[in-house]
Write a protein that binds this ligand. Sequence first.
Ligand code: GLA
Length: 630
Amino acid sequence: MKLIALALLVAFSAQAQLPLAPTGRWQHQPVGAAPTPPMGWSSWNAFRVDITEQKVLASAQVIVDSGLADAGYRSINIDDGWWLKRRTGDGRLQVRTGLFPSAATAGDSSLRPFTDRIHAMGLKAGLYTDIGRNACSQAYDADSPNLPEGTAAEREVGLMGFMRQDVRLFFGEWNFDFLKVDGCGLSSYGRDRPHVASGQYREYTPTVVEGNVNQSDVEGTKRLYVGLKQALQEVRPRGDYVLSVCLWGQANVRSWGQDAGTMWRTSRDIANTFSQMVHNFDSVATREFYAGPGRWNDPDMLEIGNGEFDGQHLLEARTHMSLWAIAAAPLMIGTDLSKVSPALIDVLKAPEVVAINQDPAGHQGVIAYADSDRQIVVKTLAGGSGINRKAVLLFNRTGAAAKFTLTAEQLKMDAASPIALRDAWARADAGSFTGQREFELQPREALLFTASGRHLLPRGYFVSERPGNVYVARDGIRALEQDPIAYRSLPSWGTTDNGGTRPAYAGWGGPRADSTPYDQALSVQRQAFRHGIGVLADSRLQVQVAPGSQRFVARVGVDDSTRGKTAAVSFEVWGDGRRIAATPPMKFNQPARDLSADLRGVKLIELIARQHGADTAGPLVVTWGEARIE
Ligand code: GLA
């Protein structure tokens, strides 16, 4: 009986955790190929479902003619609105040829002429579908004349029940390179919806409940997307594709997206307002350990060119671009390029800004300073040995001018040596400073620099400054909770006749760079650590080790902020599958211990915080203080 209860508990635990035991090999398997954040253009923010082949091609032509393609924007993605129906009998999807005339020329409707055209322009082609039976437009753009037609079955244009067939069609026959896969089919076809009650669409009891991760089927949803990845891998064994998971930060996708897709949305849809853009940025800003080369947190497509980011708002447009650059976010243009001004093209093209986004090391920026008004975010850039290069963003989130002090310590640079700044927008050197430098920023302004200086450490680097080298094999989270610290703007479609915008994205309690999992300063028995990793007990972090490294060093202990105080935690370092250092079990309010391990010849370390004994007060918070690789 007990055994059954235990089995049930494991089966129902919100997130089936990977084992704590080290594997000795890097566990992240790349999905498709995107060593740097994907770049391109998508029809959605520009046209919603009011899309035509001609509009898509017009923007594609500007991409080529304006030099945006040379700057890296190459994927031309058709979003929702391209389909006419699913043919009964053989289940083959039919294209809305009235909107995509070239699809009619091939006898049966086919998007192959379209992709051939895009490929002939030296570009790549992307398409959109849904993991469920029906798509988002069918639920949220109900008045559009461009929705799929026919019987309820014919209007089931999503992948459910047709996954292999559709993937073969999209990637085999039609030769697309990129697929965005939405999840409205899992969330928006409950029996209470008018479009379902009317019999227009088949009922699907939601398995993704927006804003309520505890009633969402996290494992089942993940399984669907992982199945899709496998289907895609069969059609494209060379892995030459990008799979974009679009679950709006729901169903804990912020934690498992990297195992199912090349990129995954971390929040609800962006809109062309500053506050919504900030909300979307916040949804990735604390997820630094979940992204890296080949796996990207996606705060959604750009709004540059639209609304509060149009040609009258170049400062806001630059800020939006700077934020996406420092976050190593996919850069998908979302405006009608045939209408934008050359000044906006220049914002999108800005070579030194794009270079920060596309830096080959693939690290996401880490928050070095934050209050509700101001943020300083630092992104480690690739550099030769001994070269310490960072990108740094200063962001004034408010409508008033704001003062900033940037310090050498925030850059993890030596405070006694000069630090040279270069303005990524002006493409000009911006002088150097020693120790710290003051700035005053305009309302909503972001400054973006690259900084070069001597590292704070005489040798090596902190693990927290290279988050792209970390894979969170197990985060230690026992019960899923929604992350409360994202800016809670009113969604563009929302109203205030309710209780407000609630925290909506799980992942609260995940590991953080230079912070505890709950956004507190790191501290063990009142010893503060400005640098380090904060994580829950019963966690396992995999860390790739730079060649030539000699030692791993840290000061570890139970963090002063922990709620659970009775259990103990031991800290273990494993190198390529062998235990190379460990502490005895440690408790709350015991001093931090030095941990040091020989890394000569080691390629991968695993940092395990193992809990001993239960703690009814909740998971222990632990700190790998000053964790560094020398
Ligand atoms: C969802 C997605 C958007 C867009 C629309 C299309 O809302 O999040 O990015 O693809 O569906 O209907």
